[in-house]
Design a protein around this ligand. Structure first.
Ligand code: A2P
Length: 309
């Protein structure tokens, strides 16, 4: 089949009216010069959406790459995230992120995980207890954290706010709380054909909340690219299996955040094709034979995703 391959310029509109490019550059685990170059090459290739987080420790080089691009502020979209050790002070945390990024505001600020870690613990980023478990603050609710994040919008520090790593159960709790005056615009979670997240997608659609997919290729080693069904579809359309996965996100209107440090792959990931409904259905069914969450963090005794699995 000669598929018409083109650059993906699709955007998605949030429930607050703001818009986000469907493809964004993921930057988890990328640091210093390598993330600077990844962002620089991505912007040169046409990316206009960069996803980072305070916890990634790379906001400063990303900010430099954005500045050096010469693009005007309104020409690109930046997301960063509130790390778990600062749930009691989102405004202080966003100020620190903005300073590192060299920006006046971010387009999107996400509550990174629904778990509060000791803000005075050690080590600072992921404080631990003597038994090696994460030092969790139990007499606190993510409802309170999200309520405090409303101030980031009121103060003009974030254009939109949302959540990340929320299960349906936790989303229901957040949405039912009277303190939640601003509906999250997105929930950013791991999504790919081995973890399609259909139940979460149904819940989000009911509330006009968009999904964002991290690890769209399965993260380290990009295991999704070894999937035989996706490889066969890649051959059918004459594109890489990565393009097939990204085209599936386009069909589902899910924002996706592939990461690459390689200039050619960065450019390749901007490409998309139109999948037939039948092929979308084939991809939708892959998880029935093989499903896997590739990023599993140990928040024990809390299991953020338990009830959705
Ligand atoms: P690299 O930086 O060498 O390109 P994810 O987006 O799921 O986190 O996956 C990221 C991994 O997939 C990275 O290791 C990245 O390696 C690799 N990758 C990204 N895009 C492609 C692609 N188009 N083809 C093959 N591997 C890719």
């Amino acid at each position: 089949m000669a598929a018409s391959v083109r650059q993906n310029t699709q955007k998605v509109t949030f429930n607050d009216g703001n818009q986000i490019p469907l493809i964004g550059l993921g930057t988890w685990k990328a640091k210093d010069e390598e993330v600077y170059l990844s962002v620089k090459h991505a912007l040169e290739a046409g990316y206009r959406h960069i996803d980072t987080a305070a916890a990634y420790g790379n906001e400063e080089p990303i900010g430099r790459a954005l500045k050096d691009s010469g693009l005007k502020r309104e020409e690109f979209f930046v997301t960063t995230k509130l790390w778990s050790n600062a749930h009691n002070d989102p405004v202080g945390a966003i100020n620190s992120s903005l300073e590192k990024l060299g920006l006046e505001y971010v387009d999107l600020y996400l509550l990174h995980w629904p778990v509060f870690l000791n803000p005075n613990g050690f080590p600072e980023r992921v404080p631990l207890l003597p038994d090696g478990k994460r030092d969790i603050v139990f007499d606190w609710s993510f409802v309170k954290t999200y309520e405090l994040m409303h101030d980031c919008v009121k103060l003009g520090k974030a254009k939109s706010i949302g959540i990340s790593n929320f299960s349906v159960k936790n989303m229901k709790k957040l949405m039912a709380a009277p303190e939640t005056k601003i509906t999250p615009v997105v929930n950013q979670v791991e999504i790919h054909p081995h973890l399609p997240q259909f139940a979460l997608a149904d819940y989000c659609a009911q509330h006009n909340i968009k999904l964002q997919a991290y690890s769209p290729l399965g993260s380290n080693g990009s295991p999704l690219l070894k999937d035989e069904t996706l490889q066969a579809l890649g051959e059918k359309y004459g594109v890489s299996p990565a393009t097939i996965i990204f085209a599936w996100f386009s069909k589902r209107e899910i924002v996706f955040l592939p990461k690459s440090l390689n200039k050619e792959r960065l450019a390749q990931n901007l490409l998309t094709v139109d999948l037939s409904d039948e092929d979308v259905e084939t991809i939708n069914n892959i998880h029935k034979n093989f499903s896997k969450r590739y990023n599993d963090q140990d928040w024990s005794p809390i299991k953020p995703f338990e009830e959705d699995e």
